[in-house]
Design a protein around this ligand. Sequence first.
Ligand code: GLN
Length: 554
Amino acid sequence: MPTEPDTGYDPTLGRKFIFVTGGVMSGLGKGITAASTGRLLANAGFDVTAVKVDPYLNVDAGTMNPYEHGEVYVLKDGGEVDLDLGNYERFLGIDMTSDHNVTTGKTYQSVIEAERAGDYLGKTVQIIPHVTDDIKRRIREAAEGTDVCIVEIGGTVGDIESMPFLESLRQFASEEDDEDLLFMHVTLVPDSMNGEQKTKPTQHSVKELRSIGLQPDILVGRNAERLEEGTKTKIARFCDVSTEAVFSNPDVDDIYKVPLMVEDEGLDEYVMERLGIADGALPKADRSQRWRELVTRERSGTVEIALVGKYGLEDAYMSIHEALKHAGIEQEVDVDVLWVDSEAMHDDHRDRLEAADGIIVPGGFGSRGTDGKIEAVRYARENDVPFLGLCLGFQMAVIEQARNVLGLEGAHSAEIDEETPHPVIDILPEQKEIDDMGGTMRLGAHETQIEADTLAEAIYEADSCTERHRHRYEVNPEYIDQLESENMVFSGTAGRRMEILELEDHPFFLGTQFHPEFRSRPDRASPPFVGFLEAILTRDESDTETPSEDEVTI
Ligand code: GLN
Protein backbone atom coordinates (compact mmCIF):
# COMPACT_ATOMS: atom_id res chain seq x y z
CA MET A 1 0.00 0.00 0.00
CA PRO A 2 1.48 3.40 -0.91
CA THR A 3 2.29 5.45 2.15
CA GLU A 4 2.08 9.20 2.58
CA PRO A 5 5.47 10.91 2.33
CA ASP A 6 6.73 11.85 5.77
CA THR A 7 6.33 15.59 5.88
CA GLY A 8 6.77 15.76 9.63
CA TYR A 9 3.19 16.69 10.48
CA ASP A 10 0.20 14.71 11.54
CA PRO A 11 -1.78 14.20 8.31
CA THR A 12 -4.98 13.61 10.25
CA LEU A 13 -4.60 17.06 11.73
CA GLY A 14 -4.19 18.76 8.37
CA ARG A 15 -2.31 21.98 7.83
CA LYS A 16 -3.90 25.02 9.41
CA PHE A 17 -3.50 28.68 8.54
CA ILE A 18 -4.05 31.77 10.63
CA PHE A 19 -4.13 34.92 8.51
CA VAL A 20 -3.45 38.12 10.39
CA THR A 21 -4.44 41.49 8.97
CA GLY A 22 -4.19 44.96 10.45
CA GLY A 23 -6.74 47.71 10.68
CA VAL A 24 -6.84 51.48 11.17
CA MET A 25 -3.11 52.12 11.26
CA SER A 26 0.27 50.45 11.23
CA GLY A 27 2.56 50.12 14.22
CA LEU A 28 -0.07 48.45 16.41
CA GLY A 29 2.07 45.45 17.21
CA LYS A 30 0.24 43.16 14.80
CA GLY A 31 3.40 41.09 14.36
CA ILE A 32 3.84 40.64 18.10
CA THR A 33 0.18 39.64 18.46
CA ALA A 34 0.58 37.12 15.67
CA ALA A 35 3.87 35.80 17.06
CA SER A 36 2.33 35.53 20.54
CA THR A 37 -0.54 33.48 19.16
CA GLY A 38 2.05 31.24 17.53
CA ARG A 39 3.97 30.93 20.80
CA LEU A 40 0.84 29.77 22.63
CA LEU A 41 0.20 27.12 19.98
CA ALA A 42 3.83 26.03 20.21
CA ASN A 43 3.44 25.86 24.01
CA ALA A 44 0.45 23.59 23.42
CA GLY A 45 2.72 21.21 21.51
CA PHE A 46 2.10 22.22 17.89
CA ASP A 47 4.70 22.73 15.24
CA VAL A 48 4.24 26.37 14.25
CA THR A 49 5.78 28.47 11.53
CA ALA A 50 5.09 31.91 10.12
CA VAL A 51 5.10 33.84 6.87
CA LYS A 52 5.45 37.60 6.75
CA VAL A 53 3.94 39.21 3.69
CA ASP A 54 5.38 42.61 2.85
CA PRO A 55 3.37 44.34 0.16
CA TYR A 56 6.24 46.60 -0.93
CA LEU A 57 7.89 46.31 -4.35
CA ASN A 58 11.36 45.68 -2.98
CA VAL A 59 12.34 42.07 -3.66
CA ASP A 60 13.88 41.86 -0.20
CA ALA A 61 14.83 44.18 2.65
CA GLY A 62 18.56 44.15 1.76
CA THR A 63 18.55 47.62 0.25
CA MET A 64 16.31 49.24 2.82
CA ASN A 65 17.43 52.08 5.03
CA PRO A 66 17.34 51.09 8.71
CA TYR A 67 16.31 54.60 9.58
CA GLU A 68 13.04 54.16 7.71
CA HIS A 69 12.43 50.44 8.15
CA GLY A 70 14.40 49.36 11.15
CA GLU A 71 17.16 46.79 10.95
CA VAL A 72 17.61 44.38 8.10
CA TYR A 73 17.27 40.97 9.74
CA VAL A 74 19.50 38.19 8.42
CA LEU A 75 18.37 34.57 8.24
CA LYS A 76 20.61 31.54 8.32
CA ASP A 77 20.22 31.00 4.56
CA GLY A 78 21.44 34.56 4.02
CA GLY A 79 18.00 36.04 3.37
CA GLU A 80 17.89 39.76 4.16
CA VAL A 81 14.40 40.22 5.49
CA ASP A 82 11.99 42.41 7.38
CA LEU A 83 12.71 42.69 11.10
CA ASP A 84 9.36 41.08 11.92
CA LEU A 85 10.89 37.74 10.94
CA GLY A 86 13.29 38.25 13.82
CA ASN A 87 10.32 38.46 16.16
CA TYR A 88 8.88 35.25 14.75
CA GLU A 89 12.20 33.44 15.15
CA ARG A 90 12.56 34.70 18.72
CA PHE A 91 8.98 34.00 19.77
CA LEU A 92 8.63 30.65 18.04
CA GLY A 93 12.19 29.45 18.64
CA ILE A 94 12.57 28.44 15.00
CA ASP A 95 14.95 29.18 12.12
CA MET A 96 13.18 30.51 9.06
CA THR A 97 14.30 30.88 5.44
CA SER A 98 13.84 33.69 2.93
CA ASP A 99 10.82 31.81 1.59
CA HIS A 100 9.04 32.92 4.74
CA ASN A 101 9.15 36.57 3.67
CA VAL A 102 6.86 37.05 0.67
CA THR A 103 7.07 40.46 -0.99
CA THR A 104 5.32 42.01 -3.96
CA GLY A 105 8.78 42.31 -5.52
CA LYS A 106 9.40 38.55 -5.23
CA THR A 107 6.05 37.50 -6.67
CA TYR A 108 6.15 39.95 -9.57
CA GLN A 109 9.73 39.01 -10.32
CA SER A 110 8.91 35.32 -10.65
CA VAL A 111 5.72 35.93 -12.61
CA ILE A 112 7.55 38.23 -15.03
CA GLU A 113 10.44 35.77 -15.36
CA ALA A 114 7.97 32.97 -16.11
CA GLU A 115 6.26 35.18 -18.66
CA ARG A 116 9.58 35.91 -20.40
CA ALA A 117 10.35 32.19 -20.45
CA GLY A 118 7.07 31.57 -22.23
CA ASP A 119 5.62 29.51 -19.39
CA TYR A 120 2.17 31.04 -19.74
CA LEU A 121 1.84 29.73 -23.31
CA GLY A 122 0.75 32.99 -24.85
CA LYS A 123 -1.91 33.83 -22.28
CA THR A 124 -2.46 37.35 -20.98
CA VAL A 125 -0.58 37.47 -17.68
CA GLN A 126 -2.69 39.09 -14.97
CA ILE A 127 -2.77 39.84 -11.26
CA ILE A 128 -5.65 37.38 -10.97
CA PRO A 129 -4.89 34.51 -11.39
CA HIS A 130 -1.15 34.61 -12.06
CA VAL A 131 0.11 36.81 -9.26
CA THR A 132 -2.45 35.50 -6.76
CA ASP A 133 -1.57 31.90 -7.66
CA ASP A 134 2.09 32.65 -7.07
CA ILE A 135 1.27 34.17 -3.67
CA LYS A 136 -0.81 31.15 -2.61
CA ARG A 137 1.89 28.77 -3.78
CA ARG A 138 4.51 30.58 -1.72
CA ILE A 139 2.36 30.54 1.41
CA ARG A 140 1.51 26.85 1.03
CA GLU A 141 5.15 25.92 0.42
CA ALA A 142 6.35 27.83 3.46
CA ALA A 143 3.75 26.04 5.60
CA GLU A 144 4.80 22.59 4.38
CA GLY A 145 5.65 20.17 7.17
CA THR A 146 4.16 22.16 10.03
CA ASP A 147 0.88 22.00 11.94
CA VAL A 148 -0.01 25.67 11.91
CA CYS A 149 1.26 28.52 9.76
CA ILE A 150 0.67 32.11 10.82
CA VAL A 151 0.54 34.45 7.84
CA GLU A 152 0.88 38.12 8.66
CA ILE A 153 -0.07 40.62 5.98
CA GLY A 154 2.02 43.77 6.42
CA GLY A 155 0.45 47.20 6.16
CA THR A 156 -3.16 48.08 6.78
CA VAL A 157 -6.32 46.85 5.10
CA GLY A 158 -7.24 49.39 2.42
CA ASP A 159 -3.68 49.94 1.16
CA ILE A 160 -3.56 49.60 -2.62
CA GLU A 161 -0.43 47.46 -2.38
CA SER A 162 -1.97 44.79 -0.18
CA MET A 163 -4.93 44.16 -2.50
CA PRO A 164 -3.42 41.20 -4.44
CA PHE A 165 -2.52 39.56 -1.12
CA LEU A 166 -5.97 40.02 0.39
CA GLU A 167 -7.50 38.70 -2.82
CA SER A 168 -5.25 35.63 -2.48
CA LEU A 169 -6.58 35.10 1.03
CA ARG A 170 -10.13 35.31 -0.25
CA GLN A 171 -9.32 32.59 -2.78
CA PHE A 172 -7.64 30.55 -0.05
CA ALA A 173 -10.87 30.68 1.93
CA SER A 174 -12.78 29.14 -0.94
CA GLU A 175 -10.13 26.49 -1.62
CA GLU A 176 -9.58 25.14 1.90
CA ASP A 177 -11.93 23.75 4.54
CA ASP A 178 -13.38 26.36 6.88
CA GLU A 179 -11.87 24.52 9.81
CA ASP A 180 -8.37 24.91 8.38
CA LEU A 181 -8.38 28.69 8.23
CA LEU A 182 -8.77 31.49 10.68
CA PHE A 183 -8.79 35.21 9.95
CA MET A 184 -7.54 37.41 12.76
CA HIS A 185 -7.82 41.17 12.46
CA VAL A 186 -5.72 43.34 14.77
CA THR A 187 -7.10 46.82 15.08
CA LEU A 188 -6.92 50.01 17.09
CA VAL A 189 -9.51 50.80 19.73
CA PRO A 190 -8.63 54.38 20.66
CA ASP A 191 -9.81 56.30 23.70
CA SER A 192 -12.06 59.31 23.23
CA MET A 193 -11.25 62.66 24.85
CA ASN A 194 -13.06 61.53 27.97
CA GLY A 195 -11.38 58.15 28.07
CA GLU A 196 -14.13 56.05 26.52
CA GLN A 197 -13.03 53.12 24.29
CA LYS A 198 -14.18 53.89 20.76
CA THR A 199 -15.09 51.14 18.32
CA LYS A 200 -15.88 53.17 15.20
CA PRO A 201 -12.41 52.87 13.58
CA THR A 202 -12.61 49.08 14.09
CA GLN A 203 -16.07 48.96 12.54
CA HIS A 204 -14.77 50.87 9.51
CA SER A 205 -11.78 48.67 8.98
CA VAL A 206 -13.84 45.49 9.26
CA LYS A 207 -16.26 46.99 6.75
CA GLU A 208 -13.31 47.53 4.43
CA LEU A 209 -12.21 43.90 4.90
CA ARG A 210 -15.69 42.62 4.16
CA SER A 211 -15.92 44.73 1.01
CA ILE A 212 -13.10 42.60 -0.38
CA GLY A 213 -14.79 39.40 0.67
CA LEU A 214 -13.03 38.66 3.96
CA GLN A 215 -14.89 38.15 7.21
CA PRO A 216 -12.67 38.13 10.31
CA ASP A 217 -13.15 35.26 12.76
CA ILE A 218 -11.22 36.94 15.58
CA LEU A 219 -10.74 40.60 16.45
CA VAL A 220 -7.92 41.80 18.65
CA GLY A 221 -8.36 45.37 19.87
CA ARG A 222 -5.27 47.35 20.76
CA ASN A 223 -5.68 49.83 23.57
CA ALA A 224 -3.42 50.77 26.47
CA GLU A 225 -5.88 48.89 28.71
CA ARG A 226 -7.91 45.74 28.37
CA LEU A 227 -11.13 46.14 26.39
CA GLU A 228 -14.18 46.62 28.56
CA GLU A 229 -16.98 44.10 28.25
CA GLY A 230 -19.22 46.78 26.69
CA THR A 231 -16.57 47.54 24.08
CA LYS A 232 -16.25 43.87 23.20
CA THR A 233 -20.02 43.47 22.88
CA LYS A 234 -20.24 46.48 20.62
CA ILE A 235 -17.42 45.29 18.39
CA ALA A 236 -18.99 41.82 18.23
CA ARG A 237 -22.36 43.22 17.25
CA PHE A 238 -21.09 45.52 14.51
CA CYS A 239 -18.51 43.15 13.11
CA ASP A 240 -20.53 39.92 13.07
CA VAL A 241 -18.42 37.89 15.45
CA SER A 242 -19.30 36.50 18.84
CA THR A 243 -18.17 38.39 21.96
CA GLU A 244 -15.87 35.43 22.77
CA ALA A 245 -14.02 36.15 19.53
CA VAL A 246 -13.04 39.69 20.60
CA PHE A 247 -9.78 39.93 22.51
CA SER A 248 -7.77 42.65 24.21
CA ASN A 249 -4.09 43.18 23.81
CA PRO A 250 -3.18 45.91 26.30
CA ASP A 251 0.22 47.58 26.57
CA VAL A 252 2.83 45.65 28.53
CA ASP A 253 6.32 46.61 29.66
CA ASP A 254 7.93 43.71 27.81
CA ILE A 255 6.84 42.20 24.48
CA TYR A 256 7.59 38.69 25.75
CA LYS A 257 4.69 39.07 28.18
CA VAL A 258 2.15 39.45 25.36
CA PRO A 259 1.63 35.66 25.02
CA LEU A 260 0.73 35.53 28.71
CA MET A 261 -1.64 38.50 28.32
CA VAL A 262 -3.58 36.99 25.44
CA GLU A 263 -3.53 33.57 27.09
CA ASP A 264 -5.28 35.11 30.09
CA GLU A 265 -8.14 36.05 27.79
CA GLY A 266 -8.31 32.55 26.35
CA LEU A 267 -7.11 33.38 22.84
CA ASP A 268 -5.23 30.08 22.55
CA GLU A 269 -8.25 28.00 23.54
CA TYR A 270 -10.47 29.85 21.11
CA VAL A 271 -8.02 29.45 18.23
CA MET A 272 -7.51 25.73 18.87
CA GLU A 273 -11.23 25.17 19.17
CA ARG A 274 -11.92 26.96 15.88
CA LEU A 275 -9.15 25.12 14.06
CA GLY A 276 -10.35 21.81 15.45
CA ILE A 277 -7.02 20.95 17.05
CA ALA A 278 -7.92 21.38 20.73
CA ASP A 279 -7.93 17.60 21.26
CA GLY A 280 -4.31 17.35 20.16
CA ALA A 281 -3.09 20.03 22.57
CA LEU A 282 -0.99 19.34 25.63
CA PRO A 283 -2.86 19.58 28.93
CA LYS A 284 -3.18 23.21 29.98
CA ALA A 285 -1.02 22.72 33.05
CA ASP A 286 1.97 21.71 30.88
CA ARG A 287 1.86 24.62 28.46
CA SER A 288 3.22 28.00 29.42
CA GLN A 289 5.36 27.33 32.50
CA ARG A 290 8.69 27.53 30.73
CA TRP A 291 7.81 30.77 28.95
CA ARG A 292 6.23 32.27 32.08
CA GLU A 293 9.29 31.38 34.14
CA LEU A 294 11.57 33.03 31.56
CA VAL A 295 9.69 36.29 31.25
CA THR A 296 8.86 36.75 34.89
CA ARG A 297 12.23 35.74 36.29
CA GLU A 298 13.41 37.92 39.19
CA ARG A 299 16.15 40.42 38.39
CA SER A 300 18.74 41.74 40.75
CA GLY A 301 19.71 45.19 39.54
CA THR A 302 20.19 46.91 36.24
CA VAL A 303 23.20 47.31 33.97
CA GLU A 304 23.58 50.21 31.58
CA ILE A 305 24.95 49.57 28.13
CA ALA A 306 26.08 52.30 25.75
CA LEU A 307 25.13 51.50 22.15
CA VAL A 308 27.30 53.67 19.94
CA GLY A 309 25.45 54.00 16.66
CA LYS A 310 24.29 56.45 14.08
CA TYR A 311 20.57 55.71 14.15
CA GLY A 312 18.74 57.04 17.20
CA LEU A 313 15.97 54.56 16.61
CA GLU A 314 15.49 51.40 18.61
CA ASP A 315 14.18 49.43 15.63
CA ALA A 316 17.43 50.04 13.72
CA TYR A 317 19.23 47.85 16.28
CA MET A 318 16.28 45.67 17.30
CA SER A 319 18.09 42.33 17.47
CA ILE A 320 20.84 43.81 19.65
CA HIS A 321 18.24 45.16 22.07
CA GLU A 322 16.58 41.74 22.14
CA ALA A 323 19.87 39.85 22.52
CA LEU A 324 20.71 42.05 25.51
CA LYS A 325 17.30 41.25 27.01
CA HIS A 326 17.89 37.52 26.54
CA ALA A 327 21.33 37.72 28.12
CA GLY A 328 19.69 39.75 30.92
CA ILE A 329 17.23 36.91 31.53
CA GLU A 330 20.10 34.45 31.78
CA GLN A 331 22.17 36.69 34.04
CA GLU A 332 19.07 37.80 36.00
CA VAL A 333 19.57 41.54 35.47
CA ASP A 334 17.64 44.24 33.68
CA VAL A 335 19.50 45.93 30.86
CA ASP A 336 19.09 49.61 30.01
CA VAL A 337 20.45 50.73 26.68
CA LEU A 338 21.82 54.26 26.44
CA TRP A 339 22.01 55.36 22.87
CA VAL A 340 25.24 57.20 22.11
CA ASP A 341 25.18 59.12 18.85
CA SER A 342 28.54 58.37 17.28
CA GLU A 343 28.47 61.78 15.63
CA ALA A 344 28.01 63.57 18.94
CA MET A 345 30.75 61.72 20.78
CA HIS A 346 32.65 64.90 21.48
CA ASP A 347 29.58 66.62 22.90
CA ASP A 348 26.97 65.59 25.38
CA HIS A 349 26.88 61.94 24.30
CA ARG A 350 30.39 61.35 25.67
CA ASP A 351 28.88 61.57 29.17
CA ARG A 352 26.56 58.71 28.36
CA LEU A 353 29.47 56.62 27.16
CA GLU A 354 31.33 57.26 30.38
CA ALA A 355 28.26 56.52 32.51
CA ALA A 356 27.77 53.08 30.97
CA ASP A 357 28.84 49.74 32.47
CA GLY A 358 29.66 48.33 29.05
CA ILE A 359 29.99 49.50 25.46
CA ILE A 360 28.65 48.00 22.24
CA VAL A 361 29.67 49.25 18.80
CA PRO A 362 27.16 47.69 16.39
CA GLY A 363 27.20 46.98 12.67
CA GLY A 364 26.74 49.59 10.00
CA PHE A 365 27.64 50.79 6.54
CA GLY A 366 29.33 53.92 5.23
CA SER A 367 31.57 56.49 6.83
CA ARG A 368 29.14 58.56 8.87
CA GLY A 369 29.92 58.43 12.57
CA THR A 370 32.91 56.09 12.25
CA ASP A 371 35.35 58.48 14.00
CA GLY A 372 33.07 58.49 17.03
CA LYS A 373 32.92 54.70 16.97
CA ILE A 374 36.71 54.41 16.87
CA GLU A 375 36.86 56.87 19.77
CA ALA A 376 34.39 54.72 21.74
CA VAL A 377 36.58 51.63 21.14
CA ARG A 378 39.59 53.54 22.40
CA TYR A 379 37.73 54.61 25.52
CA ALA A 380 36.69 51.01 26.25
CA ARG A 381 40.20 49.67 25.67
CA GLU A 382 42.02 52.27 27.73
CA ASN A 383 39.55 52.24 30.63
CA ASP A 384 39.03 48.48 30.88
CA VAL A 385 35.31 48.87 30.14
CA PRO A 386 33.70 45.66 28.84
CA PHE A 387 33.38 45.99 25.07
CA LEU A 388 31.50 44.14 22.36
CA GLY A 389 32.10 45.08 18.72
CA LEU A 390 29.73 43.63 16.14
CA CYS A 391 30.63 43.50 12.44
CA LEU A 392 31.47 47.15 11.70
CA GLY A 393 32.20 47.42 15.44
CA PHE A 394 34.75 44.58 15.08
CA GLN A 395 36.30 46.41 12.13
CA MET A 396 36.48 49.65 14.16
CA ALA A 397 38.36 47.78 16.90
CA VAL A 398 40.91 46.60 14.31
CA ILE A 399 41.34 50.17 13.03
CA GLU A 400 41.69 51.50 16.59
CA GLN A 401 44.39 48.91 17.34
CA ALA A 402 46.24 49.79 14.13
CA ARG A 403 46.13 53.52 14.71
CA ASN A 404 46.48 53.96 18.43
CA VAL A 405 48.42 50.87 19.53
CA LEU A 406 50.59 50.14 16.51
CA GLY A 407 50.93 53.75 15.36
CA LEU A 408 49.84 53.07 11.79
CA GLU A 409 48.74 56.57 10.98
CA GLY A 410 45.69 56.91 8.79
CA ALA A 411 44.84 53.20 9.04
CA HIS A 412 41.28 52.65 7.93
CA SER A 413 38.80 50.45 6.15
CA ALA A 414 38.89 50.63 2.37
CA GLU A 415 35.11 50.98 2.52
CA ILE A 416 35.48 54.33 4.24
CA ASP A 417 38.77 55.66 2.90
CA GLU A 418 39.86 54.23 -0.43
CA GLU A 419 43.15 56.13 -0.28
CA THR A 420 44.20 54.94 3.19
CA PRO A 421 47.94 54.08 3.45
CA HIS A 422 46.96 51.14 5.71
CA PRO A 423 43.81 49.35 4.54
CA VAL A 424 43.62 47.09 7.61
CA ILE A 425 40.04 46.31 6.61
CA ASP A 426 39.65 45.55 2.94
CA ILE A 427 37.80 43.45 0.42
CA LEU A 428 39.61 40.11 0.22
CA PRO A 429 41.34 39.48 -3.13
CA GLU A 430 39.00 36.62 -4.04
CA GLN A 431 36.06 38.85 -3.11
CA LYS A 432 37.43 41.63 -5.36
CA GLU A 433 37.24 39.33 -8.37
CA ILE A 434 33.66 38.47 -7.57
CA ASP A 435 32.98 42.14 -7.07
CA ASP A 436 34.03 42.93 -10.62
CA MET A 437 31.27 40.64 -11.71
CA GLY A 438 28.79 42.53 -9.61
CA GLY A 439 29.68 40.54 -6.48
CA THR A 440 27.78 40.87 -3.34
CA MET A 441 27.93 40.50 0.41
CA ARG A 442 28.90 37.52 2.51
CA LEU A 443 25.57 36.58 4.01
CA GLY A 444 24.04 34.03 6.33
CA ALA A 445 25.35 31.28 8.58
CA HIS A 446 29.03 30.33 8.32
CA GLU A 447 31.18 28.33 10.66
CA THR A 448 34.02 29.84 12.69
CA GLN A 449 36.84 27.78 14.23
CA ILE A 450 37.63 28.87 17.77
CA GLU A 451 41.14 28.77 19.19
CA ALA A 452 41.70 26.90 22.48
CA ASP A 453 42.31 28.77 25.75
CA THR A 454 40.79 32.02 24.60
CA LEU A 455 37.94 34.20 25.80
CA ALA A 456 35.99 33.10 22.72
CA GLU A 457 36.34 29.45 23.74
CA ALA A 458 35.29 30.28 27.28
CA ILE A 459 32.09 32.01 26.21
CA TYR A 460 31.11 29.56 23.46
CA GLU A 461 32.30 26.52 25.42
CA ALA A 462 33.09 24.95 22.06
CA ASP A 463 35.78 24.81 19.43
CA SER A 464 33.53 26.25 16.73
CA CYS A 465 30.40 28.31 16.32
CA THR A 466 28.03 29.01 13.46
CA GLU A 467 26.72 32.55 13.31
CA ARG A 468 25.09 34.80 10.73
CA HIS A 469 27.00 37.28 8.59
CA ARG A 470 26.27 40.36 6.53
CA HIS A 471 29.41 42.09 5.37
CA ARG A 472 31.60 42.83 2.40
CA TYR A 473 34.86 43.91 4.06
CA GLU A 474 37.21 41.89 6.27
CA VAL A 475 40.53 42.03 8.08
CA ASN A 476 43.29 42.42 5.53
CA PRO A 477 45.49 39.27 5.87
CA GLU A 478 48.63 41.34 5.27
CA TYR A 479 48.18 43.07 8.62
CA ILE A 480 47.28 40.08 10.80
CA ASP A 481 50.76 39.49 12.25
CA GLN A 482 51.21 43.16 13.05
CA LEU A 483 47.76 43.45 14.62
CA GLU A 484 48.45 40.40 16.78
CA SER A 485 51.84 41.70 17.90
CA GLU A 486 50.33 43.80 20.72
CA ASN A 487 47.76 42.00 22.89
CA MET A 488 45.22 41.44 20.14
CA VAL A 489 44.36 37.83 19.25
CA PHE A 490 42.16 36.60 16.43
CA SER A 491 40.60 33.77 18.34
CA GLY A 492 38.01 32.83 15.73
CA THR A 493 38.80 32.23 12.08
CA ALA A 494 37.26 30.75 8.95
CA GLY A 495 40.16 29.94 6.65
CA ARG A 496 41.83 33.25 5.90
CA ARG A 497 38.96 35.19 7.37
CA MET A 498 39.29 36.72 10.81
CA GLU A 499 36.00 36.24 12.64
CA ILE A 500 36.59 36.95 16.35
CA LEU A 501 39.09 39.24 18.03
CA GLU A 502 39.93 39.77 21.66
CA LEU A 503 42.45 41.67 23.80
CA GLU A 504 44.58 39.70 26.22
CA ASP A 505 45.06 42.37 28.87
CA HIS A 506 41.48 43.52 29.20
CA PRO A 507 38.57 42.28 31.38
CA PHE A 508 36.32 41.74 28.34
CA PHE A 509 37.09 43.04 24.88
CA LEU A 510 35.49 40.98 22.13
CA GLY A 511 34.73 41.73 18.50
CA THR A 512 32.95 39.52 15.99
CA GLN A 513 32.85 39.91 12.22
CA PHE A 514 29.49 38.12 12.39
CA HIS A 515 26.23 39.20 14.02
CA PRO A 516 25.59 36.91 17.01
CA GLU A 517 22.44 38.91 17.84
CA PHE A 518 20.49 37.19 15.04
CA ARG A 519 20.68 33.75 16.70
CA SER A 520 19.77 34.93 20.17
CA ARG A 521 16.50 33.66 21.63
CA PRO A 522 14.76 34.32 24.96
CA ASP A 523 15.62 30.79 26.09
CA ARG A 524 18.96 30.55 24.25
CA ALA A 525 20.84 33.77 24.87
CA SER A 526 23.79 34.50 22.60
CA PRO A 527 27.17 33.55 24.17
CA PRO A 528 28.98 36.84 23.37
CA PHE A 529 26.14 38.82 24.95
CA VAL A 530 26.01 36.56 28.01
CA GLY A 531 29.79 36.78 28.42
CA PHE A 532 29.64 40.55 28.06
CA LEU A 533 27.01 40.95 30.82
CA GLU A 534 28.78 38.43 33.01
CA ALA A 535 32.01 40.42 32.72
CA ILE A 536 30.15 43.58 33.73
CA LEU A 537 28.58 41.88 36.72
CA THR A 538 31.85 40.33 37.91
CA ARG A 539 33.57 43.67 37.50
CA ASP A 540 30.85 45.38 39.57
CA GLU A 541 31.14 42.72 42.25
CA SER A 542 34.87 43.06 42.54
CA ASP A 543 34.40 46.85 42.66
CA THR A 544 32.19 46.53 45.71
CA GLU A 545 33.83 43.55 47.36
CA THR A 546 37.39 44.78 47.31
CA PRO A 547 37.39 48.53 47.68
CA SER A 548 40.74 50.06 46.87
CA GLU A 549 42.61 51.59 49.76
CA ASP A 550 41.72 55.17 49.08
CA GLU A 551 38.05 54.27 48.88
CA VAL A 552 38.10 52.92 52.43
CA THR A 553 36.91 55.62 54.76
CA ILE A 554 37.58 55.58 58.45
N1 GLN B 1 30.22 47.88 6.29
C1 GLN B 1 30.96 46.77 6.76
C2 GLN B 1 31.16 45.72 5.68
O1 GLN B 1 30.51 45.71 4.66
C3 GLN B 1 30.28 46.15 7.97
C4 GLN B 1 28.93 45.59 7.69
C5 GLN B 1 28.09 45.42 8.92
O2 GLN B 1 28.37 45.96 9.97
N2 GLN B 1 27.00 44.69 8.79
O3 GLN B 1 31.98 44.85 5.81
